[in-house]
Design a protein around this ligand. Structure first.
Ligand SMILES: Nc1nc2c(ncn2[C@@H]2O[C@H](COP(=O)(O)OP(=O)(O)OP(=O)(O)O)[C@@H](O)[C@H]2O)c(=O)[nH]1
Length: 545
């Protein structure tokens, strides 16, 4: 985390503690009054309630620095558990000194809240961004400008640099996500690569791709020694370069991991959310276990962090209900509770959960566990949901995404557009240049869409040479403008085959919610828009009303 990020994070935790401090007197007063009721009625149910409140508080206070208070609450909980299990009407007298100890511990000043969740294991999950910054180092002005233009079609923000002078300073100054560098220039063999080699010895460079006029072993070795992670010989195939850049930047994994936090304590769940957000995760908090199922469906978490002790439905019961749904059979569930409770329930916890953490939660352990589990789940789910040629969602999953987004648009009363893109005269591409070249053209369109669309947009390969994109919050007229930009960018991409280069276009149909009211109607209308665009001459966008 950067200095600023860390300061902001600390401030946020302090603010959460401020809220927790403000709520604490009321929670302790509630404990007192349940204790009074338990004494007056000698009722085991009242003792159970006392136990539950002490347990919930013990789980939260430690995270806000009240360690002595947490310990005294645990002792109170233990004693209440013992008394509630006694066969005779319970005698509350042994609880009085323990309750007094709770109030005494409350008077002790808390220790500062955890400063940072950063640790070796707490890796920042790369944040997504459109328009990655790319440094293009090309000696030859004309080919540099042409390459700049081609890469801009894919959505990269390009800085073109043409001389050895100033190159080291430019790279050292930073701010580039990727570097594409020509190996040879007329200033001498490897003049650029020599600079990269010097820099590479002293610091990590951004992912670096070399382009070379020569393709022999010594040249490739020099590229490796200069820190090059990819090497492409000329004549340069632009989609292959774009593929290499996407692979190096790991764009397939840029969407943040999602954690659903289920805990009846508002303060504790927000605290945990702040820790996970600081580690790059997107979070959603649910304080009422009965509201979890719709949130699972809408938020599609990569992990559920589940408190065990909750009123109405405890964490173990909730996990069992979640597992009844085939879609959530492999969703990681991490339970949280106090050590004594986890130890007692371990067999049941391991039956429906994947891991468990003791409260108060250790921030670094929480982050490491959550990120690690969520990352594995995401990788697995991605492999199942993605089309292997393009790395876009496959047919089933993009259709499912349309259904989910239509539901969301209904709920939020927000616009939504879907667009079907169908490559023009694709049979001719295959017939003339061969099937593998056709595959590369399909991949380049998938790549362009990933680069140019927002993170919230969904991209799927609907059929052979057909893509379906889902644009939440986007009205039809805006979608038409966007698809026309995509259409022009794609039409400008130069595909290279042997010594020939060629261009390909697509036709596009758009349909929007609420004019089309359900997912099937949207897809059908977008499809008929494609049909109209083809009939009108191809390489155009048709918006169906
Ligand atoms: N290379 C490649 N070709 C594919 C793939 N899937 C489908 N195709 C081919 O895509 C072509 C689609 O052809 P058509 O549906 O006749 O349409 P078109 O030639 O694109 O013509 P219009 O859509 O009318 O512009 C067929 O030749 C399919 O074999 C694929 O994964 N890779």
């Amino acid at each position: 985390m950067s200095e600023d990020g860390n300061t902001l994070f600390k401030r946020r935790l302090e603010a959460l503690r401020g809220r927790f401090d403000a709520e604490l007197p009321q929670r302790l007063a509630e404990l007192d009054s349940v204790y009074e009721a338990a004494c007056a009625t000698a009722d085991a149910d009242a003792l159970q309630q006392l136990k539950r409140i002490a347990h919930a508080l013990a789980g939260s206070v430690g995270n806000f620095g009240y360690h002595a208070l947490g310990q005294s609450l645990l002792q109170l909980e233990r004693e209440a558990t013992r008394l509630a299990a006694a066969p005779a009407p319970p005698d509350c007298a042994p609880l009085r000194p323990l309750l007094a100890a709770v109030h005494a511990a409350r008077a002790q000043a808390p220790t500062p809240v955890a400063a940072s969740a950063d640790s070796g294991a707490a890796r920042q999950h790369a944040a997504g961004q459109t328009g990655q910054a790319l440094l293009l180092v090309q000696h030859d002005a004309a080919s540099g400008r042409a390459l700049k233009l081609q890469l801009e079609h894919f959505g990269y923000r390009i800085t073109l640099h043409q001389e050895a002078a100033g190159l080291a300073a430019l790279i050292e100054q930073g701010g580039f996500d990727l570097i594409v560098m020509q190996m040879q220039s007329d200033e001498g063999e490897d003049s650029f690569a020599g600079i990269a080699t010097q820099l590479h010895r002293t610091r990590p460079l951004p992912p670096l791709v070399f382009i070379s006029d020569r393709d022999d072993f010594p040249t490739r070795l020099r590229a490796v020694r200069a820190g090059g992670q990819s090497f492409l010989p000329r004549p340069l195939d632009i989609p292959s370069l774009a593929d290499a850049l996407e692979r190096l930047a790991g764009r397939g994994q840029l969407e943040p991991l999602r954690a659903l936090i289920v805990d009846d304590s508002v303060a504790l769940s927000e605290y945990n959310a702040a820790l996970l957000q600081a580690a790059g995760m997107a979070t959603r908090v649910v304080n009422d276990p009965l509201l979890v199922m719709p949130q699972l469906r809408e938020f599609l978490p990569d992990l559920v962090l589940l408190d065990i002790s909750m009123p109405g439905c405890d964490g173990l019961e909730l996990a069992a209900v979640i597992r009844q749904h085939p879609a959530y059979v492999s969703l990681p569930i991490v339970f949280c509770s106090t050590e004594a409770r986890i130890s007692a329930l371990l067999p049941r916890i391991l039956q429906s959960g994947d891991d468990y953490l003791f409260k108060p939660l250790d921030p670094a352990l929480l982050v490491a566990t959550a990120v690690g589990r969520a990352e594995r789940h995401r990788t697995l789910r991605t492999q199942l949901a993605r089309d292997s040629l393009t790395n876009c969602l496959n047919h089933t999953h993009i259709k499912e995404a349309v259904h989910l987004e239509v539901e969301r648009a209904h709920r939020q009363d927000a616009p939504l557009s879907v667009a079907m893109l169908d490559i023009d005269h694709f049979k001719q591409v295959n017939d003339r240049y061969g099937h593998p070249m056709g595959d590369r053209v399909i991949r380049s369109l998938g790549h362009l869409l990933r680069q140019r669309l927002r993170k919230v947009d969904l991209i799927g390969r609907y059929g052979g040479e057909e893509f379906l994109i889902v644009l939440p919050g986007t009205a039809g007229s805006d979608a038409r403008m966007l698809c026309n930009q995509l259409r022009e960018a794609f039409a400008h991409i130069q595909h290279l085959w042997e010594n020939e280069s060629f261009h390909v276009t697509f036709s596009c149909g758009i349909a929007s919610f609420p004019a089309q009211h359900d997912a099937e109607a949207l897809i059908a209308a977008a499809d008929s828009g494609v049909y109209d665009a083809k009939r009108a001459g191809r390489n155009q966008v048709v918006l169906r009303s």
